[in-house]
Design a protein around this ligand. Structure first.
Ligand code: GTP
Ligand code: MG
Length: 214
């Protein structure tokens, strides 16, 4: 019994420190560091800043911007002095001529292609909405480029439990039309703190595995 408990506690994460490091528009200028990093990304208004603040117990670590989509920066935060949390701006189609070619903002794709420290991307999805084309396509792009990712369904408090359950079920069904497996996913609420421990413990488990393999 006690051993099991110790093993579980081992991958529990408490936030002891969270500091803003730097904002960059170019992946080449991101911190020259071997620390594992976890990227948070999703469409504008999905609740990214709120989630980052909820996870880190800070009121305004991630700034909520009055002009969404305007700042195109890669923001690094150092957590517990041993991993980076990266706040990426929302993705959308790059403005490429009249064609409907799916090209995500260049610096976002460059970030995922070049940042080898990035061990897991968290793709945020608003739990209230049916699957959106752009999110599906973005995850497909990640898959095609071998970028490991998880899904975080946000704003769970805005739905009645039954509706939430139905939405997640629908999302899974749609994902399984493309993927052989549903990626790891989490259900969160920045208002109630739902999902906080699950996301942090997941990160800690990866950190621990990386340390053991080092
Ligand atoms: P941009 O940076 O503008 O792209 O948005 P964002 O994805 O960072 O979203 P943000 O955290 O600023 O949240 C957008 C709105 O949703 C705000 O009004 C938040 O208060 C609200 N919100 C975010 N998360 C939650 C949540 O879990 N529950 C509820 N009820 N509201 C939320
Ligand atoms: Mg934001």
């Amino acid at each position: 019994m006690d051993e099991t408990k110790a093993a579980v506690n081992h991958t529990e994460m408490k936030i002891k420190s969270a500091e803003f490091v730097v904002s960059n528009s170019k992946v080449e200028q991101c911190p020259n560091s071997a620390l594992p990093e976890y990227a948070f990304i999703g469409r504008s208004n999905v609740g990214k800043s709120s989630l980052i603040n909820m996870l880190t117990d800070r009121k305004s670590l991630a700034k909520t911007s009055a002009t969404p989509g305007k700042t195109q920066l890669i923001n690094h935060f150092l957590i517990n002095k041993n991993w980076h949390l990266v706040d990426l701006p929302g993705y959308g189609y790059a403005q490429v001529s009249k064609s409907t070619k799916k090209v995500f903002q260049k610096f976002i794709t460059a970030y995922f292609e070049k940042r080898t420290q990035m061990v897991c991307a968290f793709v945020l999805i608003d739990s209230r909405h049916a699957p959106q084309k752009i999110d599906m396509e973005f995850m497909q792009w990640l898959g095609e480029h071998n970028v490991p990712f998880c899904i975080i369904f946000t704003k769970a408090d805005k739905l009645k439990p039954k509706v939430l359950e139905k939405n997640i079920h629908n999302y899974q069904a749609e994902m399984l039309e493309i993927w052989t497996q549903m990626p790891e996913f989490f259900i969160t609420s920045a208002s109630t703190g739902t999902g906080k421990d699950e996301v942090l413990d997941y990160i800690e488990a990866i950190n621990q595995q990386l340390r053991e393999n080092a």
